[in-house]
Design a protein around this ligand. Sequence first.
Ligand code: B12
Length: 391
Amino acid sequence: MTDRSPRSELAAIKARALEAARARGAVAVRISAAAPDAATRERMRASFARGDFETWGYDDGYARVASDPRAILDDARSVIAIAVPYATPPPARGAALRGRVSNYAWSADYHHRLRALLREVAAEIDAAAGAPVTAIACDTKPLAERAFAARAGLGWIGKHTNLIVPGAGSYVFLGEIVTSLALEPDLPLRKSCGSCSACVSACPTGALRGDYTIDAGRCIADLTQRTDPLPRELRPYVGTWVWGCDLCQDACPPTRNAGAVASDAFAPFDDVVATPSLVALLALRSGEFKRRYARTAMGWRGAAVLRRNAAIALGNALDRSTVGALADALGSDPHAMVRGAAAWALGRIGSPRARAALEAARNGEGDRGVLEEIDAALEQQSPAARSSQAV
Ligand code: B12
């Protein structure tokens, strides 16, 4: 089959693709032309020039490639955009001092599920076309997935910058099949968030500007994935999130009211992953990491990042019973980034025992960055001390 195949054959393939995707759990499937998207390229370029994605190293070159599906498939003519819902009820949080994990990450890694779905649907299209005419993308390929989904009318981009599917909300993963077939494109929706800015108010770091752009370096989801020490001024706002963040989507009315229910594939992997004990996470070592986390979407940055996030969360939980665990991490964690975060957390707690642990670690510490963290922690007045002075 070629691009000049009869319209009826292409229409039959489109119908088959839509049906195959829906049968495999997609709540919405729509098609956009694969022509380069100049408006998206310009939006991305402006955003990168403003420094919104500094930590990602995105540049003009990325904007050009991500707005042109021919980077995925040379002779791309259409993009089939697919949305799969993942909202599942939050697991019971159990005792205090549990970390928060974003809904998207508490199940088995969504990339596998989505790519399996995309591969199966693509195989059906190839079979109907009688030749390989597809390539798939989900998350990791250079494609502005939300832009092409919006162009296909799969939903609209909200002020939290996520794609909102009517009736299903924004708790949907996106995946695309790029094909050389010229399938009939669907139209974009004429929708926006109007005057609603609930997500903007819900974001504690001010990452969302309210004009449908984000300063990704301030997004808690981004901060929890960073492999370098988090900016000190943003640490208090991370709260007890240890991976990702759902605050903007939880505040979003069309997402809150959505009826879409995820399949069991997105149920919490287990309670330890979904609501981890912060003290246990702080001591996470590679065996336990491989067994539990490597199979989730929170596994790709490794165990040290999760330990660092646990330390930051403990610095925000401000519970004196955790000083011993933080002191152990400060004294013996092999990663300077984790030791530094533990020092910050001890400084926040600020109890005499916490200060003693900081003093003791100062003598044995050889890393300059950690020493700076210890000094800053010793200098800072703990939030607890500050509030007792206020009364
Ligand atoms: C880098 C990245 C991140 C970064 C940056 C987030 C961001 N907003 O770009 C971080 C780590 C912060 C992140 C977080 C999350 N991510 Co993420 N991420 C990506 C990734 C890999 C690239 C995104 C990118 O290129 N950003 C650069 C910006 C400039 O481009 P863009 O946002 O894609 O698109 C913009 C333009 O297209 C433009 N635009 C185009 N047309 C139009 C039309 C109109 C009218 C308007 C106003 C704008 C507009 O506006 C868009 C929004 O700014 C994509 C996968 C992919 N390849 O697309 C997943 C992806 C966007 N992430 C996803 C998810 C699930 C998340 C989280 C919800 C996970 C979590 N809970 O922690 C959060 C959401 C945080 C948020 N509010 O954005 C999903 C989004 C699904 C959805 N429903 O939209 C994606 C698509 C992965 C997937 N395949 O499902 N992510």
